[in-house]
Structures are given as C-alpha cells and as structure tokens.
Design a protein around this ligand. Structure first.
Ligand code: NDP
Length: 329
C-alpha cells in the first residue's frame, strides 16, 4: 500500500473531494513503467484537477499531478530499467491518466525523459511543467532570432511559476528582463531572480484603441494572455517575437493584426504537453545548464500531499509565488 491524493466525485451532487488515502499497486492504471515518485509540483491545471476538474478529468476516482520526478521501480520497456532517474511532464498525465500525487505512478515509457546530468528529482520538480514550458518559450524566442543586446525582454505573470523560471533563465543568459506583476510586494523577489525592471500589471491590462505603441520589447514570455497579450503585441520592436504560454489573465485575444503587418511581429505558440521526445530532452538539458540552481532554490515553497487541496485553490486564485515542490513521501 502507498499514499496518494485521491479525488472522488459524488454522482448525486456532482461535488468532488480530494483526500490523501492508502491505495494498492493493483489499482494503478496499466502501462509499461512503474515509477517510485519522489517529488511533484502544483500547476494551474493541477488546481483544476484537484478541484471540480475544469473538464480535464473524465473518470473518478482520480489521482491528479501533471508532472513528477522519481526512480524507475519496474519496466517492461527496454529504454528504462530499475534505478533510472526519470522526469515526466505532459501527455495528459494527471488529467486523463493517474498522475504524480502518489508515491507510485505507472505510465508509458514514451512519456518519460531521463533526468539530465546535474539535476536531482527535487530540482526537476522545482522546475516542473511551468519551468520546462518557460525553457521551451525561451528556446522558441532564440530560434526566432532573439539575442542578448537586442533590448529588454518582457515576462508577464512574472511572480508565478512560468514567469519566475523564465526570468531566472533569461537573466542568466544575459538578457535585460522586465517582469510584469500584479503583486508589488514580489518586486525584491523578482529582482533577486535577475529582473532589472518591474512593470505594474495595471500598466498593461487595459485595452487601448492604438494598435501600435512605442517599440519597447525585444521579446516576451507571456503567461497571461488576454488583454495584456494584445497590448504587448503593439509594444514589440520590429521583427520581434512573443511566446504565448498561458492564459492566467484570460483566453481571449482582443488584438488587431496591425503589429504583424506593420512591424513583422511574431506570435509563437508554446505547448508543453505533446512536445516530441528530442525537444523535451533538449529543453531539460538547457534547464540543467542555463538555470542557476541558487535562484531555483529561492523560488521553492515546500509542500506535502496533505497541503495539496489548499494549494490547488491558491493557484487558481493566482496566489502561489514561485514553485511549489511536493515531497510525496
Ligand atoms: P501561476 O499561477 O504560478 O502564475 C500565473 C501568474 O500570472 C500569477 O502568479 C500572476 O503573476 C499572473 N496573473 C494571475 N492572474 C492574472 C490576471 N488576471 N491578470 C494578469 N496576470 C495575472 O501559473 P503558472 O506560471 O504555472 O502558469 C501560467 C500560465 O501558463 C497558466 O495559464 C497555465 O495554464 C499556463 N501553462 C501553459 C503551459 C503550456 O504548455 N502552454 C504549461 C504550463 C502552464 P503576478 O502575481 O506576478 O502578476
């Protein structure tokens, strides 16, 4: 028997409840690799899946946790053997398939990535899906020509998970980073991660009738979407790119096409869930080399399985700072 956070649904009321329970290995879903989970984390999607589901969870009882890191315990796939250190993000694990909020998980070998040299399981989950996605966003901006010296790079939702890791990576790579936050009290924290400029959220979350404003940003990692993204598009320098990662401020995009047509601005979509294996390996290797571990350490808020129902509610309200690391043992 081992511990797991199990979400159950009352069919009559439709209400869900999440409680830590003892479950047995034969309750795990069928798949080819069993992992002794060491750490997981809390993402926005986890907040939805710990709570009423947001349409992501179809079958109950359910074990959430969209990412985890740990050690292979048993494997029917030649690529992994007992003792291998692995990390998992994406593939609808924790949504359609039982996830990482348990001391054991059983998943497809295709969904795993070997933990890169230089990162342990705790650090990997301090990075988590949020940090992995931040790295994908930085890689996409670089692939579209971003280089240090082109000008400031904007990070929206800077004090959140994606934003914190993006800020630390970009600053470490030599970029001038401007962080947008709605929490002025996080200014010192963002500066400690390497932001040189703090932009108050209210400066950017109102629509303007002007499709173009002053050319300000050489790149942007956007975790917010909505009106903020629309506004940022009109402030990009000529030929520069925005990596659209999230929708913390809304899924709508009340923008015009003028920044694309008159300034050659690029809007790059970033998906972490279905990334091909080679790109996942590349991103994890870049994280190990380009994210300073002391800055990662400063983002960590430790937690246990028992803390998850409260943390799930907090992340849905945008109240989590940095990266929660859940020690499932
Ligand atoms: P967090 O909740 O940790 O961070 C989001 C941040 O956005 C908050 O901390 C806050 O930052 C800011 N924010 C929250 N609400 C608003 C609002 N109404 N208006 C403006 N800013 C707001 O979440 P994550 O960093 O983990 O994820 C960020 C987004 O990225 C989410 O939408 C998530 O679903 C998405 N995501 C997408 C992935 C992909 O594959 N594309 C993968 C991972 C995440 P501050 O307090 O500094 O203002």
């Amino acid at each position: 028997m081992f511990k797991a956070l199990v979400v159950e649904k009352d069919e009559d009321s439709g209400k869900t409840s999440a409680v830590v329970q003892e479950i047995s290995e034969d309750q795990l879903p069928e798949a080819d690799v069993t992992v002794a989970v060491e750490y997981s984390t809390v993402n926005y999607k986890d907040g939805l899946c710990i709570g009423p589901g947001g349409g992501l969870v179809r079958k109950y009882p359910h074990v959430p946790g969209i990412d985890f890191a740990g050690t292979v315990e048993a494997s029917e796939d030649d690529r992994y053997k007992p003792g291998d250190k692995v990390v998992l993000t994406g593939w609808r694990v924790g949504e359609a398939h039982w996830g990482g909020y348990a001391q054991k998980a059983r998943v497809k070998a295709d969904w795993l990535v070997p933990l890169p040299e230089g990162l342990d399981a705790r650090q990997a989950m301090a990075v988590g899906t949020a940090g992995f996605t931040a790295m994908l966003a930085v890689m996409a901006l670089e692939d579209h020509g971003l280089e240090p010296g082109h000008g400031p790079v904007l990070v929206t939702g800077a004090a959140g998970g994606v934003g914190s890791v993006a800020t630390a990576i970009l600053a470490n790579l030599g970029y001038e980073v401007a962080g947008v936050t709605g929490r002025p009290e996080t200014g010192d924290y963002l500066k400690s991660l390497g932001a040189s400029q703090i932009v108050p959220r209210e400066d950017l979350n109102e629509t303007t009738k002007r499709p173009l404003e002053g050319e300000t940003w050489a790149g942007c990692v956007d975790a917010v979407g909505g009106e903020m993204l629309a506004r940022v598009l009109g402030q990009m320098k000529y030929g520069c790119s925005v990596a659209a990662v999230g929708l913390a401020g809304g899924a709508a995009l009340p923008a015009t096409v003028i920044p694309f047509l008159l300034r050659g601005v690029n809007l790059l979509g970033i998906d972490s869930v279905m990334q091909p294996y080679d790109n996942r390996v590349r991103a994890w290797q870049r994280i190990a080399s380009d994210l300073p571990m002391d800055k990662l350490e400063a983002m960590i808020q430790p937690a246990t399985l028992e803390d998850l129902p409260g943390l799930g509610r907090d992340i849905l309200k945008g109240q989590v700072k940095g990266r929660v690391v859940v020690d499932v043992n």
